[in-house]
Design a protein around this ligand. Structure first.
Ligand SMILES: [Zn+2]
Length: 247
């Protein structure tokens, strides 16, 4: 891992290597985001060659983690003039450079195959959140189960890790209503929800969208949501809520 001193800490099922020169901080129930998640090399705002490598790496990993299946989901990384995004209809698991589309910040498609149906949503998030270097839309195996519960807006898991608490402080994750993929209504509802909780949202009965300063942060956020959804779903089934903040 780039810039890591290989010091590893396991919490809530996650093993995290800390970057060189950054002293570990004491854990709290609500640790500040920046002390916990800037483990990597800053923003993904980069040239095209770097963007391609990073985008393919995260796409393949998301597929391996079953955050996406078949041709579902989409991922993008910001570049100097806009962003690169997975093409429509391609599997993230088998994504190649020829499957990547280049898009300007205003949503104009400039190169590559037809971009993802959710390109307008990615463009809107990049325009509204300057810190966003990467965006991931995923479904997962468990996230849709909690996203379909209409009593959960915002969603606060009955059990969650300190990583979740850091990423999604009170009042939890907002849930966007069920709206057509690629629609203006979905874009506007997503922006309203992100204004409440800027690191990710649930899409009703569908999945979730996360963003990070770089693509690995966006992937971490997705992993954390999926793990919390897995645990929360079973805790609710067993009627055994455990509270937030275990370590
Ligand atoms: Zn989807």
């Amino acid at each position: 891992m780039i810039g890591s001193d290989k010091t590893s800490t396991a919490r809530g099922g996650l093993s995290i290597e800390r970057p060189t020169g950054v002293a570990p901080r004491a854990l709290t129930a609500r640790p500040p985001w920046t002390s916990r998640f800037l483990f990597f090399e800053g923003s993904d705002v980069m040239d095209t060659a770097e963007a391609v490598g990073r985008l393919l790496d995260v796409a393949h990993t998301a597929y391996s983690l079953r955050l996406v299946t078949a041709t579902a989901g989409n991922v993008s990384v910001r570049t100097g003039e806009g962003f690169m995004i997975s093409g429509s209809g391609y599997s993230l698991g088998w994504l190649e450079e020829k499957h990547l589309a280049t898009v300007k910040h205003d949503g104009q498609h400039t190169a590559g195959p037809t971009p993802s149906l959710e390109t307008s949503l990615h463009a809107a998030v990049y325009r509204s959140i300057k810190e966003a270097g990467s965006i991931l839309h995923f479904h997962g195996l468990w996230t849709p189960q909690v996203a379909i519960m209409d009593t959960l807006d915002p969603w606060v898991p009955s059990v969650c890790s300190p990583d979740f608490a850091a990423l999604f402080p009170d009042p939890g994750i907002p849930r966007v209503p069920a709206l057509a993929a690629g629609s203006v209504e979905l874009v506007n509802a997503t922006l309203r929800a992100l204004a409440r909780q800027p690191r990710g949202i649930l899409l009703c009965g569908h999945g979730a969208v996360t963003w990070g300063a770089n693509s690995r942060e966006a992937l971490f956020a997705a992993e954390i949501i999926e793990m919390a959804a897995h645990t929360d779903y079973h805790a609710r089934c067993l009627n055994q809520p455990g509270g937030c903040g275990y370590s």
